[in-house]
Design a protein around this ligand. Sequence first.
Ligand SMILES: [Zn+2]
Length: 216
Amino acid sequence: MSVMSEDQERLSGTLAYEQEEPRPRAVANVDLPRIERAVREILAAVGENPDREGLRDTPARVARMYAELFSGLHEDPREHLQKFFTEKYDEVVLVTDISFESVCEHHLMPFMGKAHIGYLPNGRVVGLSKLARVVEGVARRPQVQERMTETIADLLVTELRAKGVAVVIEAVHTCMTVRGVRKPGSVCVTSAMKGAFRSNPSTRAELMTLIYGNRR
Ligand SMILES: [Zn+2]
């Protein structure tokens, strides 16, 4: 059994972890001037003056921000799972507290939280940082939390042929906390269980204890 939070992983550097350069944020394939025009339109439409001093650079700023928040649209998260290690290790690998930021596709408002990923390897083990890359690639696009959870689990099943995959995501949705029903502090939890984690209740229970055992 191997349990590690992302922070611990950074410090300890064990189990197939390799150093990586911080990745530059892609802005290719994003039409920044088009976003700028649209933001100007929104400002005018809500009754603001897009030309007043404080707002003058806002459209360009928002355009760059969207390019960053949606950079996952221009990458294939599968690419992070192509470099795997062949290991005889066949216990659960669990990485908890992988933080992420995404954007709810219904409101274009951020939702953010933590992903916990566990898998039972079938000879293929990936560097732990790759799991964080997968989460980021899937998160950085217009999303719904349920689909994000399923997508990550399916990627691990197909690319690693893992015997079991469990993905649990906890997130706070700003579209729920600052507007609409306004329920600050509410956390949405989704999970996707595949293979052994789906078919074997005790394996699943063991995993949930590993994730939540020491904090609930
Ligand atoms: Zn929403």
